[in-house]
Design a protein around this ligand. Structure first.
Ligand SMILES: *Cc1c(COP(=O)(O)O)cnc(C)c1O
Length: 370
């Protein structure tokens, strides 16, 4: 590959001395679960997200699932979710026994369309789970207005939005509670699985602290039926170091994205994502739309450019959700997006000359496909 889709080893190369020292500190401490590193990371990440509380958990799916559980949402309840998202958003709802009710996205931003939410609300609706897809926040003000009017919780899926801002405020502080993933490929990634909940709701945070640890506050006293979903000390120690670089790494992504937006504008049949003036994206992914997506991907692969598709099949057409009985055509906007999207390389390791190579390969592929 001339330009790989993502270089996962890069953060280690850049921060080797600091990460190695943190690794040794944890190894030598003899304390590996729920200790001072997790506590410190929780305080630092809450601060970063401009949120009062942070609870470290085992992964992003658990973060979202435990929020749903923590609000007592379960069988018989409905949660509004985007039709255009990664399946984890829906799984968080169904794992709690509740029903996901999909709402179509805005075609220009790929995020849930606030204008379509109200018609999906029923007497069973308990929450709206928004996803800040590809690194750009959903349009939160109208969503919060609808939620307040109907007495619903707003849950943010921030798995792709560490550091993203909406009207100057950070993702993770824009609703009632937010779930983050630290899967290695995310903007803030561990060297394994990890996740966190941020919230200003102290009672919810306390319930999730109990739920993540076997339903227990005092060892061997179990108040509720809990889970084992803890962020471990080693991941927390490594994440603390990477967190100090997150803004810088997001800036580098922004520079690459800026170059793509400038140099790929006006290419025939190519759609670039729209960034509203209130959004400060962290460009988890740089997604373009192109009618002959598969041919474009093949041509880029031949030119040594790594790409991926996020995502090839929407949740409502996955066999996992056959029981929900949706068909092809149930959510046409999401389906069209899934048929046409392609993610170009982006990440903190990329140089502007890498970006130039991608631009060059894109332009010549598009000319050849005309
Ligand atoms: C990655 C991701 C998740 C799940 O995170 P895990 O840590 O892999 O469980 C949830 N939602 C979205 C939108 C994601 O991209």
């Amino acid at each position: 590959m001339n330009v790989p889709f993502l270089d996962l080893k890069f953060p280690y190369i850049e921060l080797k001395d600091e990460l190695d020292a943190a690794y040794r500190r944890v190894m030598e401490s003899g304390w590996y679960i729920l200790g001072t590193e997790v506590e410190a990371f929780e305080a630092e990440f809450a601060d970063y997200c401009e949120s009062k509380q942070c609870v470290g958990v085992a992964n992003g799916l658990d973060a979202l699932h435990l929020i749903v559980r923590g609000y007592g949402i379960g069988p018989g309840d409905e949660v509004i979710v985007p039709s255009n998202t990664y399946i984890a958003t829906w799984l968080a709802v169904t794992h709690a026994g509740a029903t996901p009710v999909p709402v179509e996205p805005d075609e220009r931003t790929y995020n849930i369309d606030p204008a379509k939410i109200e018609q999906a609300i029923t007497p069973k609706t308990k929450a709206i789970m928004v996803v800040h897809l590809y690194g750009q926040t959903a349009d939160m003000d109208p969503i919060n207005v609808i939620a307040r009017k109907h007495g619903l919780k707003v849950i943010e899926d921030c798995a792709q939005a560490h550091g993203s801002r909406y009207k100057g405020r950070r993702a993770g502080s824009l609703g009632d509670a937010a779930g983050f993933s630290f899967y290695p490929g995310k903007n803030l990634g561990a060297v394994g699985d990890g996740g966190a909940v941020t919230t200003n709701d102290i009672e919810l945070a306390d319930r999730i602290r109990i739920l993540r640890n076997y339903g227990s506050q005092i060892k061997y006293h179990n108040e509720v039926v809990g889970f084992n979903s803890r962020l471990d000390e080693l991941q927390a120690a490594l994440l603390r170091i990477k967190l100090t670089r997150l803004d810088e790494w997001n800036d580098r992504r922004r520079q690459v994205a800026g170059r793509y937006l400038l140099e790929l504008a006006g290419q025939q049949k190519l759609t670039l994502s729209h960034v509203p003036e209130w959004a400060e994206s962290v460009w988890h992914l740089f997604v373009v739309r192109y009618p002959q997506r598969d041919q474009l991907q093949k041509s880029l692969t031949e030119a040594g450019i790594g790409t991926m598709i996020h995502y090839p099949i929407p949740p409502h057409l996955q066999s996992a959700y056959a029981a929900l009985a949706y068909d092809r055509g149930s959510f046409p906007i999401a389906e069209n997006i899934h048929n046409e999207v392609l993610s170009l390389p982006i990440g903190p390791s990329m140089t502007l000359s890498d970006a130039e190579q991608v631009v060059h390969a894109m332009r010549s592929s598009i000319v050849a496909l005309r």
